[in-house]
Design a protein around this ligand. Structure first.
Ligand code: C5P
Length: 198
């Protein structure tokens, strides 16, 4: 079976958690496309060359989840040639036999406009900042919540205002606001949307 679930949205809205849970529930493969941009940003040097040469081992680096890596990712992600170099890998993943969930910013709009299911996951800025702050604290990064909020807003602004594949919901995406939802409730809604299309 070939079946693509596209899950887009801003940082810390719950995309990753929802994507992993949906993939596990249906036995689909999962690709966190943010990791591709994080890996390119973390390589340093010529970002276009880094994107063209990206190898699976580059996605295994331990430092890709940091706030710094997120900021570097969002800078290289604005370069059209970087995005172009990553398209085929993502499309091949999306259409591989067995079903796939991809999460990112432009999956429903640019990478997989034909995806069977498109979700755009959001939450208020404050809720997202609080969640990200908890994550960073648990991973040992000492940052203030106000600083996390400012960084998130800066990254969202860059991601939604860039010319190349800006972050935005596809016209036919279902909006899922997780501000007031528990993880279980958000996951259950997402699974329900997929079930309707299967
Ligand atoms: O999702 P994550 O926070 O890991 O993404 C890091 C950055 O990578 C985003 O802020 C965005 O600039 C970029 N990105 C993108 N398109 C995607 C996934 C991530 O531009 N599909």
């Amino acid at each position: 079976m070939i079946f693509t679930v596209a899950i887009d949205g801003p940082a810390a809205a719950g995309k990753g958690t929802i994507s992993r849970a949906v993939a596990a529930h249906f036995g689909f493969a999962h690709l966190d496309t943010g990791l591709l941009y994080r890996a390119v940003g973390a390589k340093g040097g010529d970002a276009v060359a880094a994107a063209r040469a990206l190898a699976p081992a580059d996605l295994e680096r331990g430092d890709l989840r940091s706030a710094e890596a997120g900021a570097a990712a969002s800078r290289v992600a604005a370069i059209p040639e970087v995005r172009q170099a990553l398209v085929d890998f993502q499309r091949d993943f999306a259409r591989a036999e067995g079903g796939a969930v991809l999460d990112g910013r432009d999956i429903g709009t640019v990478i997989c406009p034909e995806a069977e299911v498109k979700l755009f996951v959001t939450a208020s800025d404050e809720v997202r900042a609080h969640r990200r702050w908890l994550e960073l604290r648990d991973s040992g990064e000492a940052v203030g919540e106000a600083e996390v909020l400012a960084q998130l807003r800066e990254r969202d602004r860059r991601d939604s205002e860039r010319a190349a594949a800006p972050m935005k919901p596809a016209a036919d995406a279902v909006l899922l606001d997780t501000s007031e939802l528990s993880i279980d409730a958000a996951v259950a809604k997402a699974i329900g949307y997929v079930e309707m299309k299967l």
